[in-house]
Unconditional design. Structure first.
Length: 250
């Protein structure tokens, strides 16, 4: 049985998220990018020293020329503002490059590895979800793109400096050693607060991607969206905990 690592143990991985900042100003984002400058900024994600990630302009995808696909739902136009949820499509290209996605996949699996209840995050397409999310041409996602891209570059830079290998090639123990100080931003060392904010945001995106898959819902024990022959109401212990009685629910 594979144990979940310290960065998100079984209890922590399933706890509701704590309150945390949801936005990153330009100065904070630039500090994250600057942390990677020693190995060529965001290009540090390239294990082979090749070309770095695409231009930041790639994050600013225009939807003005989006030509919707034929909709399977006649009540939906299949556009970004009126999507066809029966036949969903993504009208923008992913901007994370192959090397960045490799680091993202390793980090996803560090956060949610395979165990006896579910597969690892990368096995159910979470890195692709991360790419789709941070590539979206909306202000919040474009802020997250800067933070995520800089954070992935920092991970590879730190891995190279400390262990002379890119992050995806490290052992689980060494990946944990790098990430454990980032688990909770208020408790992170002052010099790692921005990196902890990256880790916190990446963990949120990873968790959302994983627990909205069929495998993730089974992992949670979620039984919604399925037909039931009958509904007996909430369990008595839940009703009691709310200070109600069965009569109150009639």
């Amino acid at each position: 049985m594979n144990e979940r690592p310290l960065v998100t143990g079984p209890e922590e991985a399933r706890d509701p998220p704590r309150d945390r900042p949801t936005s990153v100003d330009r100065r904070t984002a630039l500090k994250v990018i600057a942390a990677s400058a020693a190995l060529g900024g965001a290009a540090a994600c390239q294990a082979d020293g090749g070309a770095g990630p695409s231009s930041p302009d790639a994050a600013h995808v225009s939807l003005s020329g989006f030509d919707p696909l034929p909709a399977s739902n006649p009540l939906a136009r299949g556009t970004p503002t009126d999507p066809d949820l029966l036949a969903p499509s993504v009208p923008w290209e992913g901007v994370l490059n192959e090397a960045e996605l490799e680091v993202a996949g390793a980090l996803c699996d560090l956060i949610i590895p395979a165990d006896e209840r579910s597969p690892a995050a990368s096995e159910v397409g979470v890195p692709a979800y991360v790419n789709e999310y941070v590539s979206a041409p909306y202000p919040a996602q474009q802020e997250d793109l800067i933070l995520v891209r800089g954070g992935l570059a920092w991970l590879n830079r730190e891995s190279q400096l400390r262990f002379d290998a890119p992050f995806p090639k490290l052992t689980l123990a060494r990946q944990q050693e790098i990430c454990d100080p980032l688990r909770y931003e208020p408790d992170a060392p002052p010099a790692l607060r921005i990196q902890a904010r990256f880790f916190d945001r990446f963990r949120d995106i990873t968790s959302t991607g994983f627990w909205t898959t069929d495998e993730g819902m089974r992992d949670l024990g979620y039984v919604g969206n399925v037909p039931l022959p009958s509904f007996d109401g909430p369990p008595p212990e839940v009703v009691s905990a709310l200070g109600l009685t069965a009569e109150d629910l009639q």
